[in-house]
Design a protein around this ligand. Structure first.
Ligand code: NAD
Ligand code: TYD
Length: 354
């Protein structure tokens, strides 16, 4: 059994990754370390609990807990998702972003290094640091981010991720720890917390609430279906070269307003509402401060070196996403009503189940 530590495996991408790995790699097992912040939901993985998936409730900044986890022999990899991930929250309260994304990542790197030095890790150990294209700052109307684009983060979120990337790279150059960094574009798909653009629009349309579009809706993101991101991460974990960085993107650039229109029209169809009903909910609101104009990824390195390509176009991915949310409305209601939070506290308190 190949054992990996996944951090943040109860969040959006982490939960999709845990599910994908357990599906595709029958001889792998996962230790899932997650603090269950507002964005983490144990319900996303509860059905997976067993020999191949062990949930540990805790913080990546907790050195004692990390020492305990790394006292196990033979951990073959760390896939590090745990983070504060929402730009708007980082503008309102940056400190948690420094604590988790910078200090937490540092503690995880340090615990991995100590375990490696003690000879406890699998000889093929890899530390995969999951990062974002937002570290590169904003593009103008032309051009793409490559792995050598200069770091130029705009928000406290992207600044904290940039700092974490630098630590991950430094641990390879200075100590020889086998770190690899991936910088990915915007993800969408099942289990995404409805604070991010796509699930928020779906959720508000269902509830006939206004759809807040920042500025003129002209900002561009490069959208990737989460399952494709998970496959890219698995590819990098297995075949990527330590010390390298790989950009991951969907090649699906769209303006925010185009995304909102697509969702509105699909939702009208699914909900049997007359065409144009949901578009009437669109409300242009004040722009986000420091709002990056455009992100777009050149993914030729991972495609050429490792043979990964996205399998889902935007039309396919967004239809699957909408169907998932409509089929899982109880999930959305639970995580947003606080019912889940109460349940978790009553059942687990602060106790880890590891
Ligand atoms: P998310 O907010 O949905 O999930 C984050 C998870 O981390 C949650 O389960 C939360 O409980 C956990 N967590 C937070 N702080 C923790 C701590 N101190 N200790 C342990 N667990 C903690 O985030 P996501 O969208 O799934 O993003 C996952 C990773 O991927 C992040 O590192 C993010 O920067 C990166 N990323 C996200 C996107 C995107 O579009 N969502 C794109 C590129 C990269
Ligand atoms: P978001 O999903 O927060 O991801 P990120 O900021 O990491 O790219 O936002 C995606 C885009 O959508 C971004 O340009 C901001 C915009 N946006 C809105 O217009 N309205 C919203 O309510 C949200 C959450 C985002």
């Amino acid at each position: 059994m190949k054992r990996i530590l996944v951090t943040g495996g109860c969040g959006f991408i982490g939960a999709n990754f845990v599910r994908r790995v357990l599906d595709l790699r029958p001889d792998w097992s996962i230790i899932n370390l997650d603090a269950l912040t507002y964005a983490g939901n144990y319900g996303n993985v509860r059905d997976l609990e067993g020999d191949r998936h062990r949930f540990v409730h805790g913080d990546i900044g907790d050195e004692e807990l990390l020492a305990d986890i790394f006292s196990e022999e033979g951990i073959a990899g760390v896939v590090h998702f745990a983070a504060e991930s929402h730009v708007d929250r980082s503008i309102l309260g940056p400190e948690a972003f420094v604590e988790t994304n910078v200090t937490g990542t540092f503690r995880l790197l340090q615990a991995s290094l100590e375990s490696w030095r003690e000879g406890k890790l699998d000889p093929d150990f890899r530390f995969l640091h999951v990062s974002t294209d937002e570290v590169y700052g904003s593009l103008g109307p032309e051009g793409l981010f490559t792995e050598t684009t200069r770091y130029d983060p705009s928000s406290p979120y992207s600044a904290s991720k940039a700092a974490a990337d630098h630590f991950a790279r430094a641990y390879h150059r200075t100590y020889g720890l086998s770190t690899i960094i991936t910088n990915c574009s915007n993800n969408y798909g099942p289990y995404q917390f409805p604070e991010k653009l796509i699930p928020l629009m779906i959720f508000n349309i269902i509830n006939e609430r206004p759809l807040p579009v920042y500025g003129d809706g002209g900002n561009v993101r490069d959208w990737l279906f989460v399952e494709d991101h998970c496959d890219a991460l698995l590819t990098v974990l297995e075949n990527g070269r330590p010390g390298e960085t790989y950009n991951i993107g969907g090649g699906a650039e769209k303006k925010n307003i185009e995304i909102v229109h697509i969702i509105c029209d699909l939702m009208d169809e699914r909900l049997d509402r007359p065409h144009g009903t949901s578009r009437k909910l669109i409300t242009f609101v004040a722009d986000r401060p420091g709002h990056d104009l455009r992100y777009a990824i050149d993914a030729s390195k991972i495609e050429g070196e490792l043979g990964w390509r996205p399998r889902h176009g935007f039309e396919d991915g967004i239809a699957r996403t909408i169907d998932w949310y409509l089929d899982n409305m109880s999930w959305v209601e639970k995580i947003t009503s606080g019912e889940y939070k109460r349940w978790m506290k009553e059942n687990y308190g602060n106790r880890g189940t590891g």
